[in-house]
Ligand binder design. Structure first.
Ligand code: AMP
Ligand code: MG
Length: 482
């Protein structure tokens, strides 16, 4: 007798389903020729109140590879601005909402698939995900989570044994289905579609649902207008914080279309993303982003524009002036979050305002002037920091940073003096705290592109997954194992 599958026995809640079929289409899952479990997230199994030892690989495959034992699957309807152009033909084209469950923390989570077959929104696509695409999303979401970014996670990755043809991968290429674990798959574009169809009633209904589940504190306002405004203000703040997190960890999402913006302010959907190597605001990750619209440095501004775009549907149920006023502080909020995160990467929980501003801006100026990896710089700082730096400015980075020219040399000198003044502003006994914060905020392993390509090679040539598991383990513990 086989025990019941604990993944199927979870308490699935029809949260979105109960809103009615204006928001989704019921779709079947594809049948795949093979099922090979390549990744399972036992951290998340525990978050669901299960002991990973009681969940077998077969259980994962039954639920999240063969999609047996549960229905309905909901392909979510949405539109979106893609590279600035409105696209009314979007929607879940290769995925669906598998189900919604509560974590032991009380939060509601989505299991959302990617690569599970065609839907009414596939637009001629095959509804599939390449194995490499799946591997890249697993790595990105686990790396970002470990770095403290508010992100969706990967729950499972099952290789499915089909041959896919893609313009951006040597083809035929291998197939997989990913299950994503996220706060929500409701996007800015979900609301944009309802505006397109001129359905303020459906916008209000969906917004009340979003507030109930993801902004419960807004329920304190008995007045609907106050509730809506609280939601939008809080969303703007969450998105400002998310943009600051991406920027501080040196991450370029690459496809910040409004259909890839979660209504919860969580980061998700990792396609052609990249962590940048050297500091460069113009760094662009997607080969098809010819104009650099979604470059690393543009991300805060694009997030602000996307929040502005969301006003169009929200305007159907609330005053535009309120929305404008709520968005106005975005830039300041972003800068405050960014400054705080960068200060921590520099070893300081807090500093006098003028020192903090000078240190962060001079660090950016220095990183722009010298040839050094963004992550290498901060890791070197963490590794070389010594309490003696507080006594002698000349000791600060005395051996590593080589200035390439006179302008860079003077930047380095300025930076050293400022860092010295910051250290001097703290008591000597605070230096251990600086050393420890530097180690806790600056990763030893960063998911740079060459690291991903390196693990991909043994997978394609020998089906050797060990380098993938090694890299995954490193990015899951970026500040060292101990
Ligand atoms: P993305 O760029 O991954 O956010 O996807 C944009 C849209 O294209 C979404 O509606 C996807 O569901 C759809 N899509 C992407 N790849 C495929 C595919 N292979 N088959 C069908 N739809 C796809
Ligand atoms: Mg997407």
């Amino acid at each position: 007798m086989t025990a019941a599958n604990p993944l199927l026995a979870l308490d699935y809640l029809p949260a979105l389903e109960s809103l009615g079929d204006d928001y989704y289409d019921i779709v079947p899952a594809a049948e795949f020729p093979q099922h090979m479990l390549r990744f399972r997230n036992d951290d998340l199994v525990r978050l669901l109140g299960l002991d990973p030892a009681t969940v077998s690989d077969e259980d994962f495959i039954e639920a999240f590879g063969k999609f047996q034992g549960r229905e309905p699957f909901l392909a979510l309807r949405y539109h979106g601005y893609q590279f600035g152009e409105y696209n009314p033909f979007l929607g879940d084209g290769r995925g669906f909402l598998y189900g919604q469950v509560r974590g032991t923390n009380g939060n509601l989570y989505d299991f959302g698939t990617k690569g599970s077959g065609t839907t009414p929104y596939s637009r001629g696509g095959d509804g599939r995900l390449t194995l490499k695409g799946g591997v890249r999303e697993v790595l990105a979401s686990e790396a970002l989570h470990a770095l403290g970014v508010n992100t969706s996670r990967a729950f499972s990755l099952v290789e499915t044994g089909e041959a896919l043809w893609r313009g951006d991968e040597p083809s035929p290429t291998r197939s997989a289905v990913l299950v994503r674990f996220s706060q929500s798959h409701i996007r800015f574009g979900t609301f944009e579609r309802l505006e397109y169809h001129n359905r303020p009633d459906l916008i209000a209904k969906l917004l009340e649902h979003v507030i109930d589940v993801y902004y419960p504190e807004a329920r304190l306002f008995t007045d609907a207008q106050e509730r809506y405004l609280h939601f939008y203000k809080e969303l703007c703040d969450r998105v400002a914080r998310l943009a600051a997190q991406w920027m501080a960890v040196g991450f370029c999402h690459a496809v910040l279309n409004t259909d890839n913006m979660s209504i919860t302010g969580e980061s998700f959907d990792y396609g052609p993303y990249a962590f940048m190597d050297g500091y460069d605001p113009r760094f662009t990750a997607a080969y098809f982003d010819y104009a650099g619209r979604y470059s690393y440095g543009n991300q805060p501004l694009i997030c602000q524009m996307n929040l502005k775009a969301l006003q169009k549907p929200l305007k159907l149920i609330m005053p535009e002036a309120d929305l404008e006023a709520a968005l106005a502080p975005f830039k300041d909020r972003y800068e405050a979050y960014y400054q705080q995160l960068m200060l921590r990467k520099l070893g300081f929980e807090s500093l006098a305002d003028d020192l903090a501003t000078a240190l962060v801006s001079q660090t950016i100026a220095l990183l722009s002037a010298v040839t050094v990896g963004y992550h290498d710089f901060f890791l070197a700082l963490a590794q070389q920091f010594s309490p003696a730096w507080r006594e002698h400015a000349t000791l600060i980075f005395s051996t590593t940073l080589q200035a390439s020219d006179a302008a860079a040399a003077s930047q380095l000198d300025d930076w050293r003096q400022t860092y010295y003044r910051c250290l001097q502003s703290l008591d000597a006994e605070k230096m251990a705290g600086v050393a420890s914060l530097l180690k806790r905020t600056n990763p030893e392993t960063v998911l740079l592109r060459p690291a991903i390509e390196e693990i991909w090679e043994p997978i394609t040539t020998d089906d050797n997954w060990q380098p993938f598991y090694d890299l995954l383990n490193k990015v899951q513990h970026p500040f060292g194992q101990g």
